[in-house]
Design a binder for this molecule. Structure first.
Ligand code: AMP
Ligand code: MN
Ligand code: MN
Ligand code: MN
Length: 316
């Protein structure tokens, strides 16, 4: 089975709308996809409806990616199999969205002082009801010519210590794990190598995450070396966590694709081992052969999604 447990839609900082992301997952032969937008679950009901309407051979895992505070770092915790309509969880995510809005206002004030006006208006217009992220500011800054790539713009304006960076005020890591458990899900430490932690801090992070009741960690992400994978797996085993895989897909790029190269080694326990997953693809393929319906809405959206080529220059 082909599984990807970390992806974004345009309900946060992904570029694809829900239907295009799902169609793309199907055209990439995925069996299972988790949508894990930043501090929001608003894409999930729409995604479930689309899959039902299209009788799509894809299993959706209801997910979220929560930004948390741990020491002075921003650590991302993915929640999988959360209940997307749990009122307590929705209220908790709303508090994170409020923090995002307040942070965005402060970011815009700081940029304005640095002779870059109009950021908040531009970002809010693009975001609509979705989560406001630094990626939206980055796109605005690229569009208005302040740097020529997302990576450059993050380095120059949005990374810690730069003009547009506002220190975070996220929920603490242990509480986020509790939020996910309260919503019926499993907590996964996302992309552990993306925080620029030295070895000692990385070990502390995994120790604290496990002590907080965390369930799994992403040991397979795109663009890792085999040595990095082995180190993450060793950490995962030491703390009796299960293993997860995720592309962290935000948009089509030359270096990242849904489900690509996300193979777990044979000797690991996957986070999904207790989920009772099975592939819907074989059933759907045999149905499709007997019905032969090439111009379905599903096929049209898949073709559109596969053809879309938005280029960006950096992994996120
Ligand atoms: P936020 O959660 O609002 O702080 O935004 C963080 C998001 O910014 C991440 O989820 C990435 O999608 C994106 N991001 C972080 N660093 C970079 C970078 N160097 N280049 C492009 N995108 C980045
Ligand atoms: Mn993101
Ligand atoms: Mn992340
Ligand atoms: Mn992500």
């Amino acid at each position: 089975m082909k599984i990807d447990l970390h992806s974004h839609t345009n309900h946060s900082d992904g570029l694809l709308p829900v239907a295009e992301l799902l169609a793309r997952a199907i055209s990439c032969n995925l069996d299972v996809l988790a949508i894990t937008d930043h501090d929001t679950v608003s894409a999930l009901p729409q995604a479930a409806d689309w899959l039902t309407e299209n009788q799509a051979p894809l299993t959706l895992i209801n997910g979220v990616e929560i930004s948390t505070a741990w020491h002075e770092f921003e650590i991302h915790i993915v929640g999988l199999n959360i209940k997307p309509d749990c009122p307590q969880f929705l209220a908790r995510l709303a508090s994170q969205q409020q923090r995002r809005l307040e942070r965005a206002e402060e970011m815009a004030r700081r940029l304005e002082k640095a002779q870059i006006p109009g950021a908040l208006e531009a970002v809010l217009a693009e975001v609509g009801d979705g989560a406001i992220t630094r990626s939206h500011f980055a796109r605005f800054l690229v569009k208005t010519g302040r740097a020529d790539s997302m990576n450059a713009v993050f380095k120059k304006y949005l990374a810690r210590g730069k003009t547009g960076y506002v220190p975070n005020n996220w929920v603490d890591l242990a509480s986020a794990v509790q939020w996910i458990h309260d919503a019926g899900g499993q907590a996964v430490l996302a992309h552990p190598l993306k925080y620029n932690l030295n070895g000692r801090y990385l070990k502390r992070l995994v120790t604290d995450f496990a002590a907080a009741g965390g369930d799994a960690m992403e040991i397979i992400s795109p663009q890792q070396t085999p040595v990095q994978r082995r180190e993450l797996w060793a950490l995962c085993q030491q703390h009796q966590l299960t293993a997860s895989v995720g592309s962290d897909f935000h948009q089509p790029t030359a270096w990242n694709e849904l489900g690509k190269h996300l193979y777990l080694p044979d000797d690991v326990i996957p986070v999904w081992s207790s989920w009772g997953l099975s592939s819907k693809r074989a059933v759907s393929e045999s149905k499709a052969e007997s019905q032969a319906e090439p111009e379905s809405e599903l096929n049209r959206t898949a073709a559109k999604s596969a053809a879309s080529t938005i280029s960006m220059d950096t992994p996120t």
